[in-house]
Design a binder for this molecule. Structure first.
Ligand code: NAD
Length: 475
């Protein structure tokens, strides 16, 4: 399928006429072409979004709420027929992951619709009794949305729905790997009743489309979900013009397995937390820290669980995960494994290409703490397991990272669980489950290299609105 830019509701080519190929990760074959936008297309999209902002923000809350609820209903009714195949073909999702994205998108759109009526202001006492002071919450204006490839529908919905609920218009720059899904999602929003110029999409690459968008003089805010490297570039750009910016970046999320927890069950939870979507999940448990008394039993159970993961057809509901998005991503996993093994780590299981871009579930034991697999995001089906003498060492190992997105502690000991949860520096800590958790109301985001700001529910509203103090002299 070919995809154009979507500007003011009209799908069309880039001004230059250039396109780029979209590949299926499963077959590595071309499945379509997408318009390749540059700065002149970005200008058109931002100009449309500026008028779209006037149209959308002047609607009543009830009208904005109705449009977002209609979008949720359309997604609920037609999501499978419109997005399922695209999620499998374009992003290499399994059918289960694709279905989860569609269901979660419905939830996100409904939650965002609820936020429309919660754009609360404030009042506060004034010592000058003849003066009134109040605080109004106002949308930023035009928000640039730069999204990644790994959950191309649900993450885009999350990044888009909440700024829209607050009254902003958007220009979306989706990942160059997944342009079709983004354009199809924007069309659904317009079909649901959003003004056509309030939702615009420019497809293309980071350098020639993303960069001119985030540095455009007429945007008012930026949301990026992507790698830390891109976050640093966009963050620096945003500070040049003091733009509001929300950055959801990479992770190196620790899973702590404490000595009281059943190692067999821990292994099953670790498999889910780590290998979902081939580890291409920002919150994947790419560092597993196990207390010494259960270390051997956990490793044995984890090895067996990895070796029996079904890696069949993407449309088979039992398939655990599919291919990596591209060769670059595959090479990064291979490189992290090679460096760790060369530095003396051991391979517990996996370590090879399964077929095409699909890599075996791979577990590295005791990598050096300065190795890339311990320090950097691998974003693939590879994790490391290390042994901790006790809870304090487990916490210290969890904190031995510049990332801080999500973490998890497997224990039935509430005191130990809370102690770890409070001590781990991370945007989230989950007790009794793995670290890959989603909830439309939750504040998702990280510390350190994992980013700035939070998304979800009213936390997104905080990010994409400005406060204005208005006072009135009555005397
Ligand atoms: P990426 O950083 O390569 O790309 C993200 C987006 O940024 C793409 O649309 C890309 O074209 C664009 N981009 C790249 N350079 C740019 C520039 N200089 N200016 C403007 N735009 C630019 O990330 P990716 O590989 O698509 O996604 C994977 C990354 O996303 C991982 O690091 C993962 O951890 C992260 N991620 C984080 C979360 C979270 O909630 N924290 C969620 C999902 C993914």
């Amino acid at each position: 399928m070919d995809t154009g830019l979507l500007i003011a509701g009209v799908e069309g080519p880039a001004a230059s006429g250039q396109t780029f190929e979209v590949l299926s990760p499963a077959s590595e074959l071309v499945i379509g072409n997408a318009a390749r936008a540059d700065a002149s297309d970005v200008d058109r999209a931002v100009a449309a979004a500026r008028t779209g902002f006037e149209a959308w923000s002047s609607l009543s809350p009830g009208e904005r709420e109705a449009a977002l609820l209609k979008a949720a209903s359309l997604m609920e009714q037609h999501g499978e027929e419109r997005y399922l195949e695209a999620l499998i073909d374009e992003s290499g999702s399994t059918i289960n992951k694709a279905r989860h994205e569609i269901r979660y998108t419905v939830d996100l759109l409904r939650t965002a619709a609820g936020e429309v009526r919660r754009l609360y202001g404030d009042t506060f006492p004034n010592d000058r009794t003849d003066r009134l002071s109040m605080v109004f919450r106002e949308p930023l204006g035009v928000v640039a949305i730069v999204s990644p490839y790994n959950a191309p529908l649900a993450l885009l919905a999350k990044m888009t729905a909440f700024p829209l609920a607050a009254g902003n218009s958007v220009v979306i720059k989706p990942s160059e790997e997944t342009p079709q899904i983004a354009v199809a999602f924007a069309k659904l929003l317009i079909e649901a009743g959003l003004p056509a110029n309030a939702v615009n999409v420019v497809t293309g690459f980071g350098a020639d489309c993303g960069a001119p968008l985030v540095s455009h003089p007429d945007i008012d805010g930026i949301a990026l979900t992507g790698s830390t490297a891109t976050g640093k570039a966009i963050g620096a750009q945003a500070m040049q013009k003091m733009r509001r910016v929300q950055l959801e970046l990479g992770g190196k999320s620790a899973l702590l397995v404490l000595k009281d927890f059943d190692p067999e069950q821990a292994a099953q939870i670790a498999v889910q937390g780590m290998f979902n979507h081939a580890g291409q999940i920002c919150m994947a448990n790419s560092r597993i820290v196990v207390e010494a008394p259960v270390f051997d039993a956990f490793c044995a159970a984890f090895k067996q669980a990895c070796e029996t993961l079904p890696l069949g057809d993407l449309r088979d509901p039992s398939t655990a995960y599919g291919p990596l998005i591209n060769r670059r991503a595959l090479n990064k996993v291979i490189e992290h494994q090679r460096d760790a093994l060369a530095a003396g780590a051991r391979l517990l299981t996996g370590g090879d290409i399964e077929s095409g871009l699909r890599y075996q579930p791979t577990v590295i034991l005791e990598p050096p703490r300065d190795s890339s697999i311990w320090r950097d995001e691998s974003f693939g089906p590879i994790t490391s397991v290390v042994c901790a003498a006790d809870l304090d060492e487990a916490i210290a190992l969890a904190n031995d990272s510049e990332f801080g997105l999500s973490a998890a502690v497997l224990t039935r000991d509430i005191v130990a669980g809370f102690k770890a949860a409070r001590a781990i520096r991370s945007g989230a800590v989950h007790i009794g489950m793995h670290s890959f958790q989603s909830n439309a109301m939750a504040p998702v985001g990280g510390l350190g290299l994992s980013g700035i700001g939070r998304s979800g529910g009213h936390y997104s509203t905080e990010e994409f609105t400005e406060l204005k103090w208005i006072s009135v002299e009555l005397g």
